[in-house]
Design a protein around this ligand. Sequence first.
Ligand SMILES: [Cu+2]
Length: 169
Amino acid sequence: MTSQPQTRAERWALTLAERRGERERTPVAARSGSNSARKVAFGAIVAVVLAAGGYLAFGDFLDRPAAAEGTIDVQSSMAGFTPSEIRVEAGTTAILDWWTDDAAVHLDGGVHTMIAPELGLEEALPAEGRRLVVWQVPDRPGTYDVYCETCCGGKDSPQMHGKIVIEAA
Ligand SMILES: [Cu+2]
């Protein structure tokens, strides 16, 4: 007696059964293995994207050398001065380590400024620049206004004002 299927329908049934059997024989471990390989690949891509984003967000900051010793770190940006309150000692020489990441296109004349007429301060900082401002602090303790007049509305914008606090020596 033969076990060969005789009809077309029987042959099809056999073919389908073989295919089903093939799928079932494929080890579960292999299938989930390729699945976790995909997860690892996805995780790696996510990690690379996050790292690149982090570098773009903080790279400039990380590359920037720390403020020189004895200097006061001051940043100018569209948010104004950071810190917004600069503390110095009366009658001393203060050195401001002044910097900005802003591009020239956002700044009138391509500079941020630092202006405190009462204190004899009138300085400019080129876009994406950094410079030291050596300043002889008057012997007049008190709180003074300082502002930038070359961006974001300048003197008329409260945002562009900071404070200089001169402390008694
Ligand atoms: Cu400015």
